[in-house]
Design a protein around this ligand. Structure first.
Ligand code: UGA
Length: 473
């Protein structure tokens, strides 16, 4: 009997009990959604406070729609949380590992501490055939390395299998993206693992979601390749914005014209302050680093350029604010609208908005930040900045207004009303989100990167899948 046939007849758990190790944005959402889909789920974290909060029915971060779903899942009795790995190992037929892989201190590489310790903690306790599934974003080759590690630690030895299932959810859309993903990618090393992971996603597969089966390294690569592509697309249009600035061309008209070409498309082609967050910036750096280690650094050397273009946007935004303030930022009052790395999130990791606010402050500007959800996080990270608890509070007496995160609240604000609050009607639209004509008609001086000094309104193509109001989950 060949090895595949032997594995393929091994029984699987048809309705597997699931554990989700790591209850951050990814893990908490995955645990809640899987419980809603009818699985018995145990969420696990080493952070006792987080587990207490989740058990009490509170989501420890801002994510639209998740709070209600958590309560429904808890009340259904399908979802519990624990800090005990003994309980997790006893409970789970399929274990999802969703812990973070932040950028390592002082290095572009990914910090693998949390992933390694989660796999180790499980492996030493596993005594029956179960499937370990990695969801974290990791350097290529990690799943292979971890397979050897867990097999050497577990009493089960070579019988213990590992699969890789990269996650593509976007913060702000986490529930929708988890319940209705564009695709599922399963990296497996045996037919048994494939059948077991398919059972764990049956409701989503039956919904018609495309499934891609691959080996382990391909599954790891899909994730970093996708994030690299998205980062490159954003930096591409921002590079064009630089060219526009040197020529008097308008990057918004350019982006709109490009996006009507369906081969290019308009999503992630929005020019402005560029990308931030806990994923895109650190993922492209870790990928470039890993590619060097693998001897193919040249193949992705362009990612350093992508990173540089992105960082230059932050510096150029500060330049534009300085220019509008008359050449110096010393003593200039700036209203910084937005702190989160994007709207509908309270996440400030590598947030372009706060980087700009920090640089303005360093040059002597008096910066007042307001974000509808991220003020508390921002204040902890940047106590040297001032914070207002409303947009009006930040605008009061401002010499320049900087739109740094495109929350709906800021998009919809009335420029005439805003004009009564500020000292000078000058606005830098860092996210190309405001109606230039309306601002100018209300007497504002309007500036945006990659646009001429007196641009007219041009609406960028908008895809409904990027609207929070379109969330169906
Ligand atoms: C990103 C990916 O989009 C997800 O598919 C992936 O699962 C996730 O990383 C991850 O690796 O976990 P996320 O970090 O939530 O998701 O944020 P995005 O929506 O991708 O936005 C990233 C940044 O790009 C934001 O700062 C946003 O303002 C900026 N952006 C986005 C632009 O500057 N222009 C655009 O056209 C689009």
């Amino acid at each position: 009997m060949d090895i595949n046939t032997r594995f393929s007849v091994e029984p699987i758990a048809e309705q597997p009990r699931l554990t989700v190790i790591g209850t951050g944005y990814l893990g908490a959402t995955h645990a809640v959604c899987m419980a809603l889909l009818g699985f018995d789920v145990l969420g696990v974290d080493v952070d006792e406070k987080k587990i207490e909060t989740l058990t009490a029915g509170l989501v420890p971060f801002f994510e639209p729609g998740l709070q209600d779903k958590l309560l429904i899942a808890l009340r259904s009795g399908k979802l519990r949380f624990t800090t005990s790995f003994d309980e997790a190992a006893e409970f789970g037929d399929v274990h999802f590992i969703c812990v973070g892989t932040p950028q390592a201190p002082g290095s572009p590489a990914a910090d693998m501490r949390y992933v390694d310790s989660a796999f180790e903690a499980l492996a030493t306790r596993i005594t029956r055939k179960v499937l370990l599934v990695g969801k974290s974003t990791v350097p290529i080759g990690t799943a292979g390395r971890l397979t050897e590690l867990v097999q050497s630690l577990s009493p089960l030895g070579a019988e213990l299998e590992l699969a890789w299932n990269p996650e593509f959810l976007r913060e702000g859309f986490a529930v929708e993206d988890t319940l209705h993903p564009d695709r599922l990618v399963f990296g497996v090393s045996s037919p048994w693992a494939q059948r077991q992971i398919e059972a764990a996603f049956r409701p989503i597969i039956e919904d018609g979601t495309p499934v891609i089966i691959s080996d382990l390294p391909t599954a790891e690569l899909v994730k970093v390749a996708a994030n690299s592509f998205l980062a490159t697309k954003i930096s591409y249009i921002n590079a064009m914005a630089e060219v526009c600035e040197a020529t008097g061309a308008d990057v918004n008209i350019l982006a709109t014209a490009l996006s009507y070409d369906s081969r290019i498309g308009g999503r992630f082609l929005k020019p402005g302050l560029g990308f931030g967050g806990g994923c895109l910036p650190k993922d492209i750096r870790a990928f470039a680093y890993r590619a060097e280690e693998l001897g193919v650094g040249q193949a992705v050397a362009f990612l350093r350029e992508v990173d540089d273009i992105n960082n230059r946007r932050r510096v150029r935004t500060v330049d534009l604010i300085r220019e509008l303030a008359g050449g110096s930022l010393e003593g200039v009052k700036v209203a910084a609208l937005g702190a989160a790395f994007k709207p509908n999130s309270d996440d400030i990791r590598d947030a372009p908005a706060l980087d700009v606010a920090r640089m303005l402050h360093q040059e002597g500007a008096i910066v007042t930040v307001y974000d509808p959800e991220a003020n508390a996080n921002a204040q902890r990270a940047y106590p040297e900045l001032s914070y207002a608890d409303s947009a009006g509070g930040a605008l009061l007496g401002a010499d320049v207004v900087a739109l740094l995160t495109e929350w709906e609240e800021f998009r919809n604000a009335d420029p005439s009303m805003m004009g009564f609050l500020v000292a000078n009607k000058r606005v830098v639209d860092g996210r190309h989100a405001l109606d230039a004509d309306r601002y100018r008609a209300a007497g504002w001086e309007y500036r945006a990167l990659g646009r001429p000094a007196e641009p007219r309104t041009i609406a960028l193509l908008h895809d409904e899948r990027d609207s929070v109001s379109a969330l169906s989950a």
